[in-house]
Design a protein around this ligand. Structure first.
Ligand SMILES: NC(=O)c1ccc[n+]([C@@H]2O[C@H](COP(=O)([O-])OP(=O)(O)OC[C@H]3O[C@@H](n4cnc5c(N)ncnc54)[C@H](OP(=O)(O)O)[C@@H]3O)[C@@H](O)[C@H]2O)c1
Length: 280
């Protein structure tokens, strides 16, 4: 009798990297639990043959229900978790309300930790597991107008480094994927978060925001170095399937470049470079 397919739970599969990885991993024989927070997206995933579940990272009961549902279908096992669902809160740090910052951390960090902590006991009990955290080049270096998002990804990097140390010897491997610009709905969703939370007209940065809006209205594919989401899939596949998964996967040239430059350049020069990149 052949072994059952390995199982993976993925967050944020309505679009972008999550959707691409759900399709790619299914194509490689994984049993994919594809999750999205909205009912119509769950229905769309189900109509494409996925085992689709509702999972909103902002809601503990939704996280709990999704995990319970998966474990009921797998006899209490789960081989892998891909933490992916998130958004970018655009806007200057000076214009961030406490609520805007809290909302950003709820989706991009607190929900991820809560979900991971629900899955880890299962992986510990079975003696193996893989967890992949979708970080960013903005988990390595900071850019203007992205402070809230930067903060969540820096926090994710630190928390994941700690968790990896604490998981030593458990048979569970945790990896960080660090994409630079990837084609997805990320910019459109960042623009929506900006309009929702930032009072642009009242800001000292309102002239800058006109340019920022224009940038966010442009598709990712128009920027240099942008890669399709399949580039992230490749890293995720290695992190999930390789006998020797890495701790970090730099995806796109900007990530590889800034990972090196942040170590080599004096802080003032690095700042100048990042301001220019962040304003372009
Ligand atoms: N695109 C890039 O250039 C880039 C670069 C570096 C890192 N990343 C990271 O890649 C990951 C995926 O982003 P993407 O590029 O694929 O962007 P995307 O196309 O905007 O997709 C983001 C996904 O996250 C979901 N999501 C947002 N908040 C959620 C919540 N509270 N609960 C559950 N799902 C939620 C979205 O669902 P809805 O459709 O319901 O909003 C969507 O499915 C993120 O972690 C992002 O930080 C992206």
């Amino acid at each position: 009798m052949s072994a059952p397919p390995r199982s993976v739970l993925i967050t944020g599969c309505s679009t972008g990297i999550g959707r691409c990885c759900a399709e790619g991993l299914r194509g490689r024989g994984w049993r994919v639990f594809a999750t999205a927070r909205r009912a119509d997206d769950v229905a769309a995933l189900a109509s494409q043959g996925f085992e689709a579940l509702q999972l909103d990272l902002d809601a503990s009961d939704s996280i709990q229900a999704a995990v319970d549902d998966v474990l009921a279908r797998t006899d209490g096992t789960l081989d892998a978790l891909f933490n992916n669902g998130a958004y970018g809160q655009a806007g200057a740090v000076e214009d961030l309300s406490r609520d805007a910052l809290r909302a950003q951390f709820e989706s991009n960090l607190f929900g991820w930790v809560e979900l991971t902590n629900r899955v880890l006991p299962v992986m510990r009990a079975q003696g193996h597991g893989r967890v992949v955290m979708n970080s960013s080049v903005l988990g390595l270096v900071a850019m203007p107008w992205r402070g809230a998002y930067n903060a969540t990804k820096f926090a994710l990097e630190g928390l994941t480094d700690t968790l990896r140390q604490e998981l030593a010897g458990s048979g569970i491997h945790i990896a960080l994927v660090e994409p630079g610009p990837i084609e997805s709905r990320f910019r459109a969703n960042a623009l929506a978060a900006f309009e929702r939370w930032i009072d642009a007209d009242a800001s000292v940065h309102r002239a800058r925001y006109t340019r920022m809006r224009r940038r966010l209205e442009t598709a990712e594919s128009t920027t240099p170095f942008t890669l399709p989401p399949e580039a992230v899939l490749e890293a995720v596949v290695h992190a999930l399937e390789s006998p020797r998964p890495r701790r970090r996967y730099a995806v796109t040239l900007p990530t590889r470049l800034f990972a090196v430059l942040r170590r080599l350049l004096p802080a003032a020069l690095l700042d100048r470079l990042l301001v220019r990149a962040g304003n372009s």
